[in-house]
Design a protein around this ligand. Structure first.
Ligand code: ADP
Length: 499
């Protein structure tokens, strides 16, 4: 297939040519230390841009700005309708700049431009539109109360849902703009103010988002964006005594650190963490659909999805056919730079991820796993890994138990559907699962038995702003998207008046 390198928009070339600052109280400022850090192009390993490096002092300034915007306004004095319209306008602006966002995402994260254009940016736009609608629908209840120790007395009792306050949001690098949208959407809809820390690997699209502030005076200090490293800026945000809630998406390991850091002032915590999701294919399936779906369950976004279908369980009678089919799909995936028009899969995000995924492959091979396809790095420049299907694995191997976060699936046959559920649930995680079968009774029965926050039946990786997403077990606390997300950003106040 012919391939061509996509030419960057002038605005994008210009954006990355200058060191980017951080956004505090509506101003683009240098870091207090004056330090910057590099962000790399994962297709080449070369420095892409330099970005102000936030640390404790910058986080402190940003939290103060967010506190003032929350307590004093004008943000906190806007009507719900005005807030909703501002969020909707933000969605319009992102849409108008779709190409710039998509190109920055490809440059910084590595994903194919066609994916960033079709998925990352439109999903972010849709999320903001969905949350814009919620701004006017955050309601409490009136509650009939009986109060046995005040016989005869009458009361009017009701609840209010109020914004939780200043929120620290720490996001990962796999969908940089979209993860910012998942976090900012409900925070803004509920009237909170935010200090957002993008991942150090991919800060650029969040910084472009910061440029889109409209009606500036009303929104100064409402969203502050402080790029920097996790151990410094991230840790300072999670521990900050004047932050009311921290919302984190990332690894389970760091999620536990966030929790400890949050204990100081008992701030609210929501966590969207890792996964090792089972994708189960029964013998009665439409083979072509199940094969295509199972391949995309693991290979979408290079396997860098917390919900990736990384454990493929296949009923024994069709195991060979499914492995053959998924491997054939893997072989056809064109791995290359995200800016090449023919690329289906880009590089992993960083040298660290490349090393991590390759170490997992080595560990699998040393324990007896075999690669039907892939199994190694591709080339020696950039962070490319070949899409890989592993067989001959056993339940206790690291490649079956731990999150690899790369394009690596372990295919495992099962004989007895009654044992399947226990096997699929045999993980510390519980983020997502897939079921492929034509038997709807079986599909819904198994869906009810799987301990996972999302179950896809005859599909995979279907996301919508209205559909809650989050984990059971060590995959997290709380839900993103849907109206469930709003609960994580509101406090309930009970008001009781004697009549
Ligand atoms: P990954 O291992 O996939 O890079 P992480 O969980 O390390 O994922 O990172 C997700 C986000 O958490 C990033 O924004 C990162 O900077 C941040 N982070 C990492 N370590 C910490 C920490 N100790 N405290 C707060 N945030 C952190």
């Amino acid at each position: 297939m012919a391939t061509a390198t996509i030419q960057l928009e002038d605005k994008v070339t210009d954006f990355i040519s200058k060191p980017r600052k951080m956004l505090i109280n509506g101003q683009w400022v240098e870091s207090a230390s004056g330090k910057t850090f590099p962000t790399y192009n994962p297709a080449t390993g070369e420095v892409l841009a330099r970005v102000a490096e936030g640390d404790r002092e910058d986080i402190d300034r940003a939290v103060k700005a967010a506190r003032t915007a929350f307590e004093v306004g004008p943000w906190s004095r806007l009507t719900a309708s005005e807030r909703g319209r501002l969020i909707w306008k933000l969605a319009d602006l992102i849409e108008q700049h779709l190409e710039e966002f998509a190109e920055l995402e490809t440059l910084d994260n590595g994903k194919p431009l066609k994916v960033a254009r079709a998925a990352d940016v439109p999903l972010a736009v849709d999320l903001f539109r969905y949350m814009a609608g919620w701004a006017t629908k955050i309601e409490g209840n009136t509650i009939p109360i009986s109060v046995p120790y005040t016989p005869g007395a009458k009361y009017l009792a009701y609840t209010l849902r109020e914004p939780v306050g200043v929120v620290g949001q720490i996001i990962p690098w796999n969908f940089p703009l979209l993860m910012a949208a998942w976090k900012l959407g409900p925070a803004l809809a509920t009237g909170c103010t935010v200090v957002l820390k993008p991942a150090e690997q991919t800060p650029l699209s969040c910084l472009l988002l910061g440029e889109l502030r409209h009606v500036k005076k009303k929104t100064d200090g409402v969203v502050n964006i402080v790029p920097g490293y996790g151990e410094t800026a991230g840790a300072a945000l999670a521990a900050h005594p004047d932050v009311d809630k921290v919302a984190f998406t990332g690894s389970t390991e760091v999620g536990k650190l966030i929790l400890q850091a949050a204990a100081g002032n008992l701030k609210k915590v929501s966590l969207e963490l890792g996964g090792k999701s089972p994708n189960v294919v029964f013998g009665d399936v439409d083979l072509d659909k199940a094969i295509a779906g199972s391949a995309s369950a693991i290979f979408f976004n290079h396997g860098q999805c917390c919900c990736a279908g990384s454990r493929l369980y296949v009923e024994k009678e069709i195991f060979d056919k499914v492995v053959e089919g998924v491997s054939a799909k893997a072989e056809k995936i064109r791995v290359g730079p995200g800016l090449e028009s023919s690329t289906d899969m880009g590089p992993l995000v960083s040298q660290e991820q490349l090393t991590r995924v390759c170490n997992y492959l080595e560990s699998g091979f040393s324990e007896g796993a075999k690669a039907v396809v892939g199994g190694s790095r591709q080339g020696d420049k950039g962070y490319f890994v070949k899409p890989t299907v592993l067989v001959n694995t056993s339940e206790k191997m690291k490649v079956v138990q731990e999150e690899i976060f790369g394009p690596v699936v372990t295919a495992i046959p099962f004989k007895d559907p009654s044992e399947l559920v226990a096997q699929a649930n045999d993980t510390v995680y519980g983020l997502a699962a897939g079921i492929w079968t034509r038997d709807i009774q079986k599909a819904h029965r198994i869906a009810s038995q799987l301990r996972a926050g999302t179950v896809w039946i005859n599909c995979y990786n279907i996301f919508d702003a209205a559909l809650p997403f989050g984990g059971y077990k060590q995959s997290g606390w709380g839900r993103e998207m849907g109206h469930d997300a709003l609960e994580m950003y509101t406090e309930v106040k009970a008001v009781c008046a004697a009549l």
